[in-house]
Design a binder for this molecule. Structure first.
Ligand SMILES: Cc1ncc(COP(=O)(O)O)c(C=O)c1O
Length: 320
């Protein structure tokens, strides 16, 4: 008799879930959805600039909604590759690219989707990914789906650890040495749990020194810096003036910009490649017009210097 059909031995799927949740409970790690009371003191909000309750932001957003003809559809109606694209979305991408001094920008539905799309498609078969041990779960998800040959963590924000990891791979792999295999260095510019700023310039020095064939590519997630750090909230990369050295920058809009979505800043060929290969862009319904208008409203305020710079000054970092 098939043991799975014996009532005494059978554990139902729901029993498995119950057991897993009980184990989480025992470790005080069980997650729950909660609705916070209005009076609660909030130490965890992503709404760093309180833009979501700002009158200036609300008015700008409503003005963008009113400015469009009443025939303009609210829903995108599909993937950007089908009905979901619009002149408004493309104009927004151009605006954001200019603001961040990038060649081009590509809009994703979230930072999660952007990281998954970038990391799952950009590294080529056999390539190496070196990543900061504290990078966001979405980057891990993208790397898990990627065709890279190997991926290795380095110690959080440690140029020495990045050097050691890179050196060991250079010794082991002739193709990394001769520049025919790519190396991706995946970092955030500001880390969420400790709020520390990555030593980006030191990382660049290490990569320049160890990969003279220019096969090192930085992918930096600026989710926590967007709207808060750098001139007018452009980010840490622009604060440091190293935008030309980043292969890809990811800026997200669900945090300080009080909206939703993300932009990948990159060169035109990379943008075109992502449109063709990033499945988290291709196989999902694009953001509707109200979200695009709210992103635009937030960027209007940043451009006009209407948001205060509330981030820690870069001088607070341990390395810059
Ligand atoms: C560093 C980082 N990257 C990406 C994301 C995902 O961004 P989104 O919330 O837009 O999906 C987050 C969100 O928590 C994040 O902290």
């Amino acid at each position: 008799m098939d043991p799975r059909s014996s009532p005494s031995r059978r554990t139902s799927l729901v029993d498995t879930f119950t057991g897993a949740l009980a184990r989480r409970e025992a470790k005080s790690a069980r997650r729950r959805l909660t609705v916070l009371p209005q009076s609660a003191a909030d130490f965890s909000s992503n709404d760093f600039l309180s833009l979501s309750t700002s009158t200036a932001y609300r008015e700008r957003f409503l003005a963008h909604l009113k400015d469009t003809p009443s025939s303009f559809p609210f829903a995108s109606g599909g993937s950007r590759l089908l009905d979901g694209n619009s002149a408004y979305a493309e104009e927004l991408e151009k605006f954001v690219a200019v603001f961040h001094e990038a060649p081009t920008a590509l809009l994703f539905n979230s930072g999660y989707d952007a990281n998954v799309g970038v990391l799952s498609s950009i590294p080529q078969p056999g390539d190496l990914i070196l990543y900061d041990e504290l990078i966001h779960a979405s980057a891990h998800e993208g790397m898990r789906l990627s065709r890279a040959g190997s991926r290795m963590p380095f110690s959080h924000s440690s140029p020495t650890s990045l050097r050691d990891a890179l050196q060991s791979q250079i010794v082991a792999d002739q193709r990394i040495r001769d520049g025919t295999r790519n190396v991706f260095i995946v970092i955030e510019s500001i880390y969420s749990m400790d709020g520390d700023v990555a030593p980006i310039k030191e990382f660049i020095s290490a990569v320049d020194e160890l990969l003279p064939n220019e096969n090192g590519y930085f992918i930096v997630d600026e989710a926590h810096a967007t709207g808060v750090f750098g001139p007018r909230g452009t980010g840490v990369v622009q604060e440091l003036g190293v935008q030309d050295r980043m292969f890809i920058r990811v800026h997200t809009f669900g945090k300080a910009l009080a909206s939703h979505g993300a932009m990948v800043l990159c060169g035109p060929e990379t943008r075109d490649y992502l449109i063709n290969y990033a499945r988290s862009l291709i196989y999902t319904t694009a953001l509707g017009f109200p979200f695009l208008a709210s992103i635009r409203a937030a960027y209007d305020l940043l451009s006009e210097g209407e948001t205060s710079q509330v981030g820690l000054p870069l001088a607070f970092t341990n390395s810059q």
